[in-house]
Design a protein. Sequence first.
Length: 224
Amino acid sequence: LISTAPAYTWGLRCLPDDVWLYVMPFHTIAGIGSLTSLTLLGATLVLPDSIEPGKSLSIIRDERISVLAQTPTFYIALANHPDFAANTVGTVQRCLTYGGQVSPFAVDAWAQAAPASVWGTYWGQSELTQLGSVGWFKQLSDVPGQDPTWIGKPVGHLEVKVVDANGDEAEEGELLCRTPSVMLGYHKDPDRTAAVFEDGWVHTGDIVRIDADGNMFFRDRRKD
């Protein structure tokens, strides 16, 4: 928490007056980890019993939600609902997404209904204890190279390097990370833990490309 909370403040622009529609599943590190960090930061989390679009829009309106975090399809589902309008989502300031690029349709729809909102794409991993990289954009043209695989830049507490199959630093290869918030290890699996922590770095198994400005682009998984 000591290292991840500042990363949330810097990376996700979290503030004590944020009001989140909190729909991330609790069985994931994104769900339970974000819950603890955001609570520490003083944010308000609204926990719905359903993510049905109509009900979600009612909660956004009634609770004056300012932050959302879900997959791209969630934003499409809300935008396609007949109740989607400025009077229901106009308070939203940040739309966070992961697992793929949001569609042009969703970006345009939200720009009209919630003109103050910006989009954030982020990447993380359970082994790192939540947040790894974040990138912000208003329109898809703001994305570096308009590359849909963009996952932003590393957050402040994360040290990264990309290595090729020989372990040499490269523009594209496996993403290795070091951070104060890294896990202690896999439960009762010392061999797997040792393999992941080789040379003092967490071997994420994710293949990325990193450019000269530090932008990272997700390419593939080296392992499941």
